[in-house]
Design a protein around this ligand. Structure first.
Ligand SMILES: [Zn+2]
Length: 379
């Protein structure tokens, strides 16, 4: 049985927030269903089959009446399968809150709200559906929910960016200054020490944050003092990349896969694609007006990334670092050879010695000059 983490202990039923929650949600829901009418478990299941099944398992494991009693609700038998008591969701002196143990649902004749266990957790704690699942059992909220937690973390870090002059200073020093691009890429900053408090207040347990690698055993941010880029695959965030602005090791990912090529959806139909190895290379090129750029987050492409490049007929301009130990150039050549075998045309963009696309622009290079490098690129 998973630890309940944040949700352990007695629940403080909110007398007022329940109403606010229902006002925020303009969609009426049927009292016998656990969720609003526009939401369907079936739709949820399509996205991540195990979660839909796990929801049912969770509800079987924790019947609503048992949950309510664990949280100090007292009900008296009203019929063979019904209990009645004071409503935990609104202030009242005469009991109008009914729990049907056969259907495992509740309905209050006073405030008109009803639903299943998850709906009750949503209303009583002011949480979203996914947050309620995470709250009831961190273990069932596997991949589909990981993405929701990462989404919250990324949004939080994004909010911090404007408040941290040192982070903005770093971005400017790396030649990245377009605020619209910050927003589009979701660039954020982890000042450290605040993420845990923020996410646990959203209903996510310490265990979930640890499992995702967002915090360390002491509860501190894993991406402490790093510029943060969310890495998406389709709509979902699959990882976060953090670039240290201090003395810590430069590059850091959360545990797990880095996913496919960065922002691949934007370029997958392009007949010519520029491939860079770092997100700061990506950012300066986008800022300079090159829209057909993607990034492999390192010189080693995983199978997903290599497969993406080979999806259709195209020319790939490989613009890796030209570093002294030649590792970027060797990686570029090896990649070009692998691509040619798959009938993909590859060109090697030769930057000046000691440069990557980022430093090329930071040290005064412009779009016109980079375009010339692309045109001079050899197979
Ligand atoms: Zn009520």
């Amino acid at each position: 049985m998973a630890k309940r983490g944040h949700c352990a202990g007695s629940l403080r039923f909110s007398k007022t927030s329940g109403r606010c929650v229902s006002e925020k949600n303009p969609f009426a829901h049927h009292p016998c269903l656990g969720t609003p009418a526009w939401f369907s478990y079936a739709g949820f299941r399509r996205r991540k089959s195990t979660v839909g099944e796990d929801v049912e398992t969770l509800k079987r494991r924790t019947p609503l009446l048992e949950y309510l009693r664990q949280h100090n609700w007292t009900g008296h038998p009203a019929s063979r399968s019904e209990f009645v008591g004071l409503c935990p969701l609104h202030e009242e002196s005469r009991p109008s809150f009914y729990v049907n143990t056969r259907k495992d649902v509740f309905y209050c004749h006073g405030c008109g709200r009803g639903g299943d266990l998850i709906r009750f957790v949503q209303l009583s704690r002011g949480l979203s559906f996914r947050q309620s699942l995470a709250c009831l059992d961190p273990e069932i909220t596997s991949e589909a929910d990981s993405s929701a937690v990462l989404e919250e973390a990324a949004a939080f870090y994004q909010q911090q960016l404007d408040r941290c002059p040192e982070a903005l200073g770093y971005l400017h020093a790396r030649g990245v200054h377009d605020a619209a691009l910050f927003r589009e890429l979701g660039i954020g900053y982890a000042p450290g020490g605040t993420l845990r408090r923020y996410l646990t207040a959203q209903g996510y347990s310490f265990d979930v944050l640890r499992r995702l690698g967002l915090i360390n055993a002491r509860g501190a941010d894993a991406l402490y003092q790093r510029i943060v880029f969310p890495l998406r695959q389709g709509e979902h965030i699959v990882n976060l990349y953090g670039r240290s602005i201090g003395s810590a090791f430069a590059h850091r990912f959360l545990p797990g896969s880095k996913g496919g090529l960065y922002a691949w959806e934007k370029v997958r139909n392009c007949s010519e694609v520029i491939l860079v190895e770092g997100l700061f290379d990506y950012a300066v090129l986008r800022q300079a007006g090159f829209s057909n750029v993607t990034c492999s987050l390192g010189t080693h492409l995983n199978d997903t990334q290599f497969g993406q490049l080979c999806e259709g007929q195209r020319t790939v301009y490989v613009a890796f670092d030209v570093d002294q130990n030649q590792s970027g150039q060797q990686a570029a050549e090896q990649l070009a050879q692998r691509l040619v075998v798959r009938d993909i045309s590859a060109r090697h963009v030769l930057l000046p010695e000691g440069h990557d696309p980022n430093s090329f622009f930071v040290q005064g290079g412009n779009a016109h000059q980079f375009q010339s490098l692309l045109e001079a690129a050899q197979p």
